[in-house]
Design a protein around this ligand. Structure first.
Ligand SMILES: Nc1ncnc2c1ncn2[C@@H]1O[C@H](COP(=O)(O)OP(=O)(O)OP(=O)(O)O)[C@@H](O)[C@H]1O
Ligand SMILES: [Mg+2]
Length: 599
């Protein structure tokens, strides 16, 4: 909560001004009971005879002073009533304006806090490592950014300024009620211990229930988001019914949690309503008896009774706020849980930048790696010289993709080291490292937007000429020009409106455009027909010149000319050599080759 409150600091101005408006707003309603008491005891009471004459009262004396100042002494009773209540009526529109400004400023302040918090959270999420995103569903991350933040917003919008204002006015008014009539005040306060117990009892439970609701909501968003983006598979396997059922089940569990939460808040509300209604009745009961015995005037009793409204009003609000605050603090807890997650791949404090024109020598030394506890890569020793083209082959699951993902430091090695031009990747600035690398990965992820935007994604500010030149190299220019809107064609979510081969060519061009020192191609040409593959092959060969290239291909024809072929099996390197050397060795590569070219 303290960490959250720190976010309020930059908006202090809004909250201070809102609070100042608040002071006036809270004072004015208290003028009404005072005026009522005054009118009855000092004006009407006098006509009713000396038995009803008022006791000494400082506030009444103040009103006397005011009326004498305006009307002069000896003004008629009716003109005093008119002036007093008339002034009050005249002031109320200003009060309305203040109410507006208070709500407005507090609201704006709250929005600014949320704005900063949400931005920081998004920035933090972006800084997390790939492994975090593999463990958490994207929909559930989204729900933290939307629904949890929304709840936190409830907290500040009004809660923050109401809370201390209400507390303050309860204390001041409580003190004043005590001076008015101790016995009556004690009767009025008698429900307070019960009230405090109920707030404490329910607050904690509401918070826990709300936490559960938010968890359920985020689970459901995760499910919806994933199944929406994979809707093709759902339809292809005709599993719509089942998805609806799964959704219903998740939703039902959310409903159960909501019901618990609603039950608790309703109970909480009932308790506080009950307590705050019991109090005035007991006050009137005891007070009337006091009046009968001549220990209290009717005016004071009425005044007391009217003050209870302004006393229990804030108390009631605090109770309602207790629920809001419980909900919000659950959300805030969830938000800061994310802030507490540290990226697994973290830039070292003494990190150095990799030169833009670095030669690109890659060295794996005794590398052991696994995503979690299971070891995937074992005893990897491999040196790739600058400008070399190295191909990785091997059966599916051998660890080829895993191996190349260590180079941009998507993950850190468990044991051993990975050096680029002599520096351990863990000592490099992550941005400079990744800027030196162009990647075409096994699944080509494109974003909603035009082809031009997608091509330029890795190089913001690329000129049209650069983009077109790269597209020609990537053998994408012709098909792009054949599209109705050319480079401005919108490609849909994840590039849904393009064919697999087209997406692949966009991805290749996107990597070309960065002019990287190190090129990583994971099955970059697998979605292409033999004709396009040949074309791409020639442009890839042009592109590879002068760059260190790591290429994974199942189709062995595409890597025949690599400088080095690394054959992998079960997370180990089993052979390294050129095409002819490895064929002659009659090992893994020979077997793979024979299987592919047997016909
Ligand atoms: N994110 C991950 N978390 C845990 N295990 C993973 C993860 N990614 C891959 N693996 C495991 O690591 C092993 C190697 O996978 P990898 O993707 O490197 O294989 P590959 O050689 O690229 O295979 P393919 O040719 O099919 O692409 C596999 O057994 C796989 O189950
Ligand atoms: Mg792979």
């Amino acid at each position: 909560m303290l960490r959250f409150l720190a976010y309020l600091k930059p908006s202090t101005y809004y909250f201070v001004v809102a609070s100042l408006c608040g002071v006036t707003i809270y004072l004015v309603p208290n003028l009404i009971p005072t005026s009522v008491g005054y009118v009855i005891d000092r004006i009407l009471g006098e006509s009713a005879g000396p038995a009803h004459a008022a006791k000494p009262n400082a506030l009444f004396d103040l009103i006397d002073l005011y009326l004498n100042h305006v009307l002069g002494p000896g003004a008629s009773k009716s003109s005093r009533i008119e002036t007093l209540l008339g002034s009050l009526l005249a002031f109320l529109p200003f009060w309305g304006i203040l109410v507006y400004f208070r709500a407005y400023l507090a609201g704006i302040g709250g929005q600014h806090v949320i704005f900063k918090l949400r931005n920081d959270l998004y920035e933090h999420i972006q800084s997390l490592s790939l492994s975090y995103f593999q463990k958490n569903r994207s929909g559930s991350i989204v729900s933290r950014l939307t629904s949890d933040i929304g709840l936190a917003q409830n907290f500040i919008g009004n809660a923050c300024t109401n809370l201390w204002m209400d507390t303050l006015s309860i204390l001041i008014l409580g003190g004043y009620l005590l001076t008015l009539d101790v016995r009556l005040a004690l009767v009025a306060f008698s429900v307070l211990p019960l009230w405090i117990t109920s707030v404490r009892l329910f607050g904690q439970r509401i918070r826990i229930a709300s936490h559960a609701v938010q968890e359920g909501l985020s689970e459901m968003s995760g499910q919806v988001q994933e199944k929406m983006s994979g809707v093709t598979v759902v339809q292809a396997f005709a599993q719509e019914k089942r998805e609806v059922l799964t959704f219903h089940k998740l939703h039902r569990s959310l409903l159960d949690r909501q019901v618990t939460s609603v039950r608790l808040s309703s109970f909480n509300m009932a308790m506080s309503n009950l307590l705050t209604t019991i109090a005035p009745v007991t006050v009137i009961l005891v007070g009337s008896l006091e009046v009968l015995h001549g220990r209290l005037t009717i005016g004071t009793l009425l005044m007391f009774w009217a003050f209870l409204g302004t006393f229990y009003g804030p108390l009631q609000r605090i109770t309602d706020l207790a629920a809001v605050i419980s909900n919000a603090s659950a959300a805030i807890e969830r938000i800061f849980q994310i802030f507490d997650i540290r990226p697994e791949v973290k830039e070292s404090e003494h990190a150095v930048s990799l030169a833009a024109k670095t030669p690109g020598r890659i060295q794996f030394k005794n590398v052991i790696f696994g995503y979690d506890d299971a070891v995937i890569l074992k005893d990897i020793n491999l040196t790739i010289e600058p400008g070399e083209v190295v191909a990785f082959v091997g059966p599916s699951g051998a660890g080829k993709s895993t191996m190349i993902q260590l180079v941009p430091r998507f993950y850190d090695v468990k044991v051993g080291s990975l050096k680029i031009d002599g520096t351990d990747v863990r000592d490099l600035r992550i941005k400079s490292l990744r800027n030196a690398i162009g990647m075409v990965l096994q699944d080509n992820i494109l974003f909603t937007g035009s082809i031009r935007e997608n091509l330029g994604y890795g190089k913001p500010g690329a000129t049209d000429a650069e983009i077109i030149a790269a597209a020609k190299m990537g053998n994408a220019h012709d098909f792009i020009m054949a599209l109705p809107a050319g480079y401005d064609t919108e490609i849909g979510e994840r590039g849904a409106k393009l064919s697999g081969g087209q997406k692949q060519r966009i991805a290749i061009t996107r990597a070309f455009l960065r002019d990287p020192r190190i090129l990583i191609l994971d099955e970059a040409t697998s979605a292409l027909d033999s004709e396009s593959e040949k074309l791409i092959q020639s442009s890839l060969e042009r592109l590879m010149v002068g760059r260190t290239t790591l290429i994974i291909a199942h189709r062995l024809s595409t890597i025949r000319h690599a400088d080095k072929i690394v054959a992998m099996r079960d997370g180990r390197i089993s052979e390294i050599g050129t095409h002819t050397e490895l064929l002659a060795r009659r090992g893994v590569y020979h077997d793979l080759h024979r299987a592919q070219f047997e016909h």
